[in-house]
Design a binder for this molecule. Structure first.
Ligand SMILES: [Zn+2]
Length: 274
C-alpha cells in the first residue's frame, strides 16, 4: 500500500546499523512509524532533507502486506524550521513539544484531534522559530492547549465550590482539573482532613496558586481560536513562570509521566544568553 501525506517529523532514532525510524505526525493518517533505509548513514548527501527532525513535509510511504511499519519512499520539504536547530533553547523546547505530541497520539489513529494537534504543534514551532514570543509562553500555550485537545480539559470557568467567576486569588486543583478560590481553599485547609467530601480518598491533592492574570491567561489558552492563541502576553517573567508552572504541572500529572527532554530544556533554558 502506497500513501502520500503531509506530516511533521517529531521523533527520529537509529535502527540497526544504518537505518532510522521516524515518527511522523500526519494530517490524515494519525501518527506513523516510518523506516528510512540507510537513514543513519554518515555519507555526504545520503540523507533526504525531508527526513530531518522538525521538518514538515510531503511524504510518500509504502507498507507491504502484513507489515507493521511504513517505509520511506520519498519526500519534499514544505516547512523546514531551520532556525530551531541554531538556538539550543529553542531546539530543546521543540524536542520536548514533539515528545509530548508523540505521547498524546496513539499510533495510526487518524482522528480529528490528531490533525488539530498537528496544527497546534506547527503553530507553536512557527512562533518559536520566528522568536515572536518568549519560549516559556510557547511552552505554556502548547502544554495546556494540547492537553485540552486530547481530552484532558480542565474546567476553569469559576470556583468549583462557591461558583465565584473572577476570584482575586485562586488555586488550580491539578488532579481534579478545576478551580478553587482562595476563600474556599482557606476553609478547606481549616477543615483539615475531616469532612472534605469533595476529595477522592487516597488521591494526591496538588494545587497551583494562580493570580487573576494567570487565570485569565489559562482561560484564554483554553478558549481562543487557533489563529489567535499566541496573541497575548504576561506582565513580566514572574507571571510567565507562574503560568508555566500551572500548565506543566497539569500536563505531567494528567499524563502521569515525566519527560527527559523537559529536563534537558530546563537545564539549557537557565543558561544566561550570551
Ligand atoms: Zn470558592
Amino acid at each position: 500500500m502506497l500513501i502520500t501525506t503531509n506530516g511533521l517529523v517529531i521523533r527520529s532514532y537509529p535502527s540497526g546499523n544504518s537505518d532510522r525510524v521516524l515518527h511522523i505526525l500526519t494530517e490524515d493518517h494519525g501518527r506513523l512509524s516510518v523506516m528510512v533505509k540507510g537513514g543513519s548513514s554518515k555519507k555526504a548527501g545520503a540523507q533526504d532533507p525531508s527526513t530531518q527532525l522538525f521538518t514538515y513535509g510531503n511524504f510518500e510511504l509504502y507498507r507491504g502486506k502484513g507489515g507493521d511499519l511504513y517505509w520511506f519512499r520519498g519526500g519534499s520539504v514544505l516547512i523546514p524550521f531551520y532556525n530551531l536547530t541554531a538556538d539550543i533553547t529553542h531546539m530543546a523546547l521543540a524536542t520536548y513539544l514533539c515528545d509530548v505530541a508523540d505521547d498524546l497520539t496513539p499510533e495510526e489513529a487518524a482522528e480529528e484531534e490528531t490533525s488539530l494537534l498537528l496544527k497546534m504543534l506547527l503553530n507553536s514551532l512557527y512562533v518559536l522559530d520566528n522568536g515572536q514570543k518568549p519560549a516559556t509562553l510557547v511552552k505554556s500555550v502548547f502544554e495546556l492547549r494540547s492537553a485540552a485537545l486530547m481530552g484532558y480539559c480542565p474546567d476553569l470557568t469559576g470556583c468549583s465550590l462557591c461558583g465565584e467567576t473572577y476570584p482575586e486569588n485562586a488555586y488550580f486543583d491539578i488532579m481534579n482539573g478545576r478551580l478553587i478560590c482562595a476563600d474556599c481553599q482557606t476553609k478547606r485547609n481549616r477543615m483539615g482532613g475531616v469532612g472534605r467530601i469533595e476529595d477522592v480518598p487516597g488521591e494526591r491533592n496538588i494545587v497551583c496558586p494562580v493570580s487573576s492574570s494567570v487565570l485569565a491567561a489559562l482561560r484564554y489558552v483554553l478558549t481562543a481560536p487557533d489563529k489567535k492563541i499566541f496573541s497575548f502576553s504576561m506582565k513580566d517573567g514572574e507571571e510567565e513562570r507562574a503560568l508555566e508552572r500551572a500548565t506543566e504541572t497539569f500536563l505531567l500529572n494528567q499524563l502521569e509521566r515525566d519527560f527527559d527532554t523537559l529536563h534537558f530544556y530546563r537545564s539549557v533554558a537557565d543558561l544566561p544568553s550570551s
